[in-house]
Ligand binder design. Structure first.
Ligand code: COA
Length: 367
């Protein structure tokens, strides 16, 4: 049956994929054959990327990828002087879009994938340093990708916090046919290149209904400030016609399983002695938001999504809220690239239809 143009494409299957499955009824996420709860915390970012890129010609081992990513981070850093004003953009996603768009698009899928993954991390860190009027830090090719990313962002050794960031990057690496992945696949389906697909995906990820939510989640926690104030504050937001950031999901009718993975990662940091100042408040706000939203939408479960605990985890890792969306891109880029490769192998153009509801010329106008 033809879908209405206002449907947002719910329930429309646009691809067969071996990359990830989102089961919204059971609240289960499988990435490259494994549950997200099993992958996160046990797999390095490189191991996860190799799993997702298993079908990409040229894929080797996680160790080989680690070395290649290190070399490509240094290469990307050396490109910074050629990027004009791109990394001086106020918004980190604008900076990523402008900087990545300038990378050469030639090369095989593996080389381009490594280059784009490395450059996304390097440009994220460089943008944040420049944003604070500091010099970008040169990548260290000997470090793992997550550790080097947190080191170059924060400007101090990253070993203590690398595990938490790695859990985050693995958790958000792929998620079915989300809006940015769909964007990347549409671009790839035209025969265009991986740089264009990733740049397009960044544009889609930027929006607050997709990857732009975690910064505003932290703003919300700051505005609520005290657990007792949560219900009233949330009610006021809804009365003003606003949405509660970090709550609700197109597919999940349960709590997003990634929220639990990231919440546990924050607990782990706490056990390791890192301060996690907003965890208790976040839990109180989550429960209050569930209650308030249940009363308003008794038939539609609106529960915490990945962005809710992304905000709490990245904040506990000492990362700035302005960099949350670019960091999402640093993890999701490996999923986009896997989808670009998968889509390309189908050889099919994605080209849906629209229903014309505009005016029609009067009868006989062409005569
Ligand atoms: N706060 C308040 N109301 C919400 C809501 C939220 N976070 N999420 C959904 N709703 C309401 C809608 O207003 C709508 O109400 P209505 O039927 O009275 O108009 C109803 O629930 C259904 O919402 P709909 O827009 O059809 O859901 P969707 O599948 O298109 O939306 C999201 C999914 C993620 C876009 C949506 O839940 C949202 O905007 N969440 C906040 C932003 C966010 O956290 N984004 C990150 C996603 S991972």
């Amino acid at each position: 049956m033809a879908q209405s143009g206002t449907s947002g494409l719910e329930g429309v299957i646009v691809a067969d994929t071996a990359l990830s499955e989102v089961d919204g009824e059971r609240g289960r996420l499988i990435i490259a054959g494994q549950d997200v709860e099993v992958l996160a915390g046990r797999n390095s970012f490189e191991e996860l990327a190799v799993r997702l890129w298993a079908a990409v010609p040229g894929v080797t081992s996680a160790e080989a990828l680690r070395l290649s990513l290190g070399a490509q981070r240094v290469w990307a850093f050396d490109q910074i002087p050629t990027l004009g004003r791109a990394l001086l953009a106020t918004d980190g996603m604008d900076a990523l879009r402008g900087a990545l768009a300038q990378l050469p698009a030639e090369g095989n899928a593996w080389d381009l994938g490594v280059r784009l993954t490395a450059a996304t991390a390097v440009f994220t860190a460089a943008w944040w340093r420049l944003h604070q009027a500091r010099e970008p830090l040169r990548p260290d090719p000997a470090l793992g990708h997550a550790e080097d990313l947190i080191r170059t962002l924060r400007g101090e050794p990253g070993a203590r916090r690398a595990g938490g960031l790695e859990t985050y990057l693995v958790t958000v690496s792929d998620h079915g046919m989300n809006a940015s992945t769909f964007t990347a696949r549409v671009i790839a389906s035209t025969g265009s290149d991986a740089v264009s697909a990733v740049v397009g995906a960044i544009g889609a990820l930027k929006g607050p209904l997709h990857g732009g939510a975690p910064g505003p989640v932290l703003d919300m926690l700051d505005a609520v400030a005290r657990p007792e104030a949560a219900s009233d504050w949330l009610e006021r937001e809804l009365l003003a016609g606003k949405r509660i950031m970090g709550m609700g999901h197109r597919i999940y009718r349960t709590r997003d399983p990634r929220a639990a993975v990231l919440e546990k990662a924050v607990e782990r940091l706490e056990k390791e002695g890192l301060r996690t100042p907003r965890l208790e408040l976040a839990r109180a706000v989550e429960h209050a938001a569930e209650d308030v939203l249940r009363r308003r939408h008794p038939d539609r479960p609106l529960r915490a999504n990945v962005e809710f605990y992304t905000a709490v985890l990245l904040d506990a890792l000492g990362l700035p809220r302005e960099a949350f969306s670019p960091l999402f891109a640093c993890g999701r880029v490996v999923g986009w690239l896997a989808h670009v490769d998968e889509q390309r192998r189908t050889g099919r153009l994605i080209r849906p239809e629209s229903r014309y509801v505009g005016e029609r010329p009067p009868a006989g106008a062409k005569a």
